[in-house]
Write a protein that binds this ligand. Sequence first.
Ligand code: SAM
Length: 224
Amino acid sequence: MNIHSLIENPQFYGRRRGRKLSKSGQLAIKYGIDYFIKEEEISNIFNYQKHIVLEIGFGDGENLINSAKINSNFLYIGADPFLNTTAKCLIKILKYNLKNIFIWPDDIRKILKFFPDDSVSEIKILFPDPWPKKKHRNRRLIQNEFIRTIYPIIKHQGTVTIATDHDLLKKWVLEKFQNYKEFEWVVKSSNDWRLRPKDCFQTKYELKSINQKRKPSWFVFKKK
Ligand SMILES: C[S@@+](CC[C@H](N)C(=O)[O-])C[C@H]1O[C@@H](n2cnc3c(N)ncnc32)[C@H](O)[C@@H]1O
């Protein structure tokens, strides 16, 4: 069985659209359309780039945009199915004229099968929806099947960084990755997983969490 075919028809439960797009949001979608990747073009991206960062659920794009601005020699692929945040992100991509970003405006699980093996250096998943109710746990992005699917596409020693402020999800994420022995949890001190890694920028959800006196955790898993 092809490991990439594990997530064939994912059911997406989050929001696809919010309020009517602002005028600038509508213009950004119109003029930023070239930043959208098409399924059939995905494999072409990997021919010429060495360090590829995949950010899943980029939200308003604070981390994606700031990272792409400072690392112009890296290629960023951002995925988020929520149109309003995609529009916000495109406004910034156009404003800064960034040439090292592609956007997949949909569920990441639909395109993982097109990623070649050993192609991605880093995956970032910052504050994924926690789906806290037990009956909704299957809606969480991080599942055994998801980890099995991303494993082959990550380069040797490549990393997956996951931030969350939700206690239940913290346990869930740790348990899922620690059960998957081919990943190692990177902890250098007893406290470093409570601090945002140097290569991540503050996002809207991190700020929200700090304002509401919750404690974000940052888990970095390395492919052995
Ligand atoms: C709670 S928000 C966090 C946004 C941002 N990372 C931040 O920290 O502010 C979670 C985001 O993940 C996106 N998302 C949820 N499921 C996804 C999936 N399967 N593929 C890509 N993005 C997804 C949602 O649309 C939403 O924008």
